[in-house]
Design a binder for this molecule. Structure first.
Ligand code: THU
Length: 306
């Protein structure tokens, strides 16, 4: 076994097969890296336990989704595959492999994230395990370059065992459904036109928004900009799809919203638009906003704005 699963909370019945799944994931990560004979512990904990660990070990007093505690240190810029001698020295005859350390997963947070991404809990746990596996093999994400390399390795490993986490992971149907949910919170006593939106960001997260009107009418915020505000406030800077729904008619995004979307998306952005209970059509942002003024036109890279 490449992993040893340790339940530090009660195991939910639905996760009975988790050890086999995470073992497959860990083996895929090792294969992708090009190493053999390694293993690590996967400890499943809750919000409170990971917060305590985060406080004790990193001086950060808040819960997080996953923490990795490597036992083998790799020199800067090197990962496990570059260090066969070091791995050889770390071989543990008792375990029959090199113990790379601990991956501690917060099940509470994994549940929340699975819900946000619109995918299963087991898939979220697979992703967190892969992420941690690469940390334990010397990868990090301190800057954009490192982050991209690490993400690519994770994706290659997961894809090799049929677990994909690409943009299409959240289907148009699902995004539209999330927009319909968001529409229920619309505050629209003046127009009585409820609008909901849901933005999918490049890291697979979804952010909902609804329109909220104002007695001055002009201070009204559209559902799309409400969703965009939530995404931006959460640190997202690249949108990869948006769904918009109107309660009684197709909610075509207004001109201001189209321009706001352009800031954080390219013209290929799929805009899924429809009316509640009547389905949707998909247009690209380029179709809705041709000849647009973009951040690049003013020399701004939205991924690295400073
Ligand atoms: N509205 C949106 O929220 N998004 C759109 O795509 C079009 C318009 C809202 C603003 C206002 O509350 C109501 O719909 C009527 O214009």
């Amino acid at each position: 076994m490449a992993i040893e699963l340790q339940w530090e909370i009660d195991m939910p019945e639905a996760l009975g097969g988790l050890e086999a799944l995470l073992n497959t994931v860990a083996e895929a990560c090792f294969r992708t890296e090009g190493i053999e004979g390694a293993g690590f512990a996967v400890r499943i904990v809750d919000d409170a336990a990971i917060q305590a660990l985060n406080r004790e070990m990193r001086n950060i007093d808040r819960p997080t989704d996953v923490l990795s505690f490597p036992t083998v240190q790799f020199p800067a810029g090197k990962t496990a595959r570059n260090c066969p001698k070091r791995l050889g020295r770390e071989f543990d005859p008792y375990l029959g492999c090199v113990n790379l350390g601990d991956c501690v997963i917060n099940l509470d947070r994994a549940r929340q994230q699975a819900e946000e991404y619109g995918h299963s809990l087991t898939r979220e746990l697979s992703y967190l395990t892969a992420h941690s596996a690469f940390h334990l093999m010397g990868y990090d994400h301190m800057n954009e370059e490192e982050k991209a390399v690490m993400r690519e390795m994770e994706e290659r490993a997961l894809e090799s065992v049929g677990i994909t986490r690409d943009e299409s992971a959240v289907s148009y149907d699902r995004l539209f459904q999330l927009a319909c949910e968001a529409m229920q919170n619309s505050y629209s006593p003046y127009s009585h036109f409820k609008v909901g939106a849901c933005i999918l960001t490049a890291d697979g997260r979804t952010y909902k928004g609804c329109n909220f009107e104002n007695a001055s009418y002009g201070a009204t915020i559209c559902a799309e900009r409400c969703a965009a505000s939530c995404a931006i406030a959460a640190g997202a800077r690249r949108f990869v799809a948006i769904a918009v729904v109107g309660s009684t008619a197709v909610a075509w995004p207004c001109g201001i919203c189209r321009q706001v979307l352009r800031e954080f998306s390219d013209l290929s952005l799929p805009v899924i638009v429809g009316a509640y209970g009547k389905g949707y059509t998909v247009k690209t942002l380029g179709e809705l906003l041709p000849e647009s003024l973009s951040p690049e036109d003013l020399g701004v890279d939205t991924q690295n704005p400073n």
